[in-house]
Write a protein that binds this ligand. Structure first.
Ligand code: HEC
Ligand code: HEC
Length: 301
């Protein structure tokens, strides 16, 4: 073997050993990160079962994304899968076989929904609790009321299979969980009147921040596969998607149909099955609010 070939082979060997060491370390760190305990102070919200709560709860469950990952019957559902080793499914949250909520107390629902932390203190990895963290007590009680009265169904725990690269990135702290994005010290949000108002729109837009970023300017959604499009800029700044939606009508039509005014399809990463269930007041309030936020350049999140 020539000297140069020998050197190249040695360099390649060293590099692959290093790469293997990084991957190995990343996977160990990921396991440790997933198993760590997060201590949050949680104020329970009392169970309710009045008709108004149940009605509101059903609406929230359908329009705020829960059904996309937990299924309309709450038994769990595969919501992301590809050929690179990604498979994600929400767990069974009814009281049937395979349930993860069968021993839940009022405080446990709040810990999961508002804080992204499971009853044993470990973080939820994928569930977008940052979208629900600012829900009012009334809305938390409503969605819990709805889930608790779902008929017992057979299901299983969550499926959380991630491609190696995603596990390594997670291990090295590059993919934040909901629990890390939430300010756990804030008191519950106070109710605002349900109306076509900027204030109510801001409340509804809470469910967009996990993907579009806390400032709604979009960008790559952390932890998503490379072929997923970046979330759009919802502020009026440079690169804004909202230039297509001057009036509320085309905005509402797109949110319900998944189609832009020119007929092209918005990526199915947007949870259109849920969004199609959102009522007119919430939609119009959202539009008003998005038109009122300060401009930011696309991708600043
Ligand atoms: C994008 C998918 C997604 C959405 C939307 C979602 N969940 Fe989840 N949920 C999950 C996954 C995945 C888990 C398993 C925990 C994790 O993330 O590691 C989970 C866990 C849970 C748990 C059990 C946590 C435990 O293990 O103790 C409850 C309860 C729950 N979700 C309720 C809800 C409700 C109610 C909504 C709507 C307000 C909702 N989820 C929206 C994906 C989702
Ligand atoms: C699960 C992630 C996710 C959630 C939740 C989500 N979005 Fe999106 N959204 C995206 C992605 C990704 C795109 C970019 C799609 C594309 O480029 O085709 C997008 C695009 C958009 C667009 C641009 C459409 C166009 O004309 O190109 C608007 C407007 C929008 N989202 C509004 C919202 C609002 C309002 C909410 C909350 C009610 C929301 N989204 C919730 C992921 C999400």
């Amino acid at each position: 073997m020539g000297k140069w070939i020998k050197r190249a082979v040695t360099a390649l060997l060293v590099l692959s050993v290093l790469a293997a060491a990084v991957v190995y370390t990343g996977i160990q760190l990921a396991q440790r990160r997933m198993d760590r305990r997060i201590d949050v102070k949680v104020a329970p919200v009392a169970y309710r079962d009045d008709a108004q709560s149940l009605e509101r709860g059903r609406y929230l469950f359908q329009s705020r994304g829960c059904t996309e990952c937990h299924g309309a019957n709450g038994a769990g559902r595969v919501f992301a899968e590809d050929d690179n080793g990604l498979k994600l499914a929400g767990p069974n949250i009814t009281s049937g076989p395979g349930s993860v909520t069968v021993n839940y107390q009022p405080v446990d629902w709040v810990r999961t929904l508002r804080h992204g932390v499971k009853p044993d203190g470990r973080p939820a990895l994928v569930m977008p609790s940052e979208d629900y963290a600012r829900w009012t007590d009334t809305d938390v009680a409503a969605v819990v009321a709805h889930v608790r009265q779902l008929p017992s169904a057979r299901g299983r725990g969550a499926t959380l299979e991630l491609p190696t690269i995603a596990r390594v990135l997670y291990g090295f702290g590059q993919i934040p969980e909901a629990a890390e994005q939430i300010d756990h010290t804030l008191p519950p949000a106070l109710p605002v009147a349900v109306a076509v108002s900027v204030e109510h729109g801001k409340y509804v837009a809470g469910m967009c921040i996990g993907c579009h970023g806390a400032n709604l300017s979009g960008g790559k959604i952390p932890g998503t596969p490379p072929d997923w499009p970046p979330a759009a800029n919802l502020t009026p700044g440079e690169g804004s998607a909202m230039v297509r939606y001057g009036g509320a009508e085309p905005f509402v039509a797109m949110m319900r149909s998944g189609k832009r005014p020119d007929g092209t399809a918005v990526s199915a990463v947007m949870p259109f099955t849920a969004l199609a269930q959102m009522n007119d007041t919430d939609m119009r309030a959202l539009h008003l609010y998005l038109k009122s936020v300060p401009p930011r350049s696309a991708g600043g999140r």
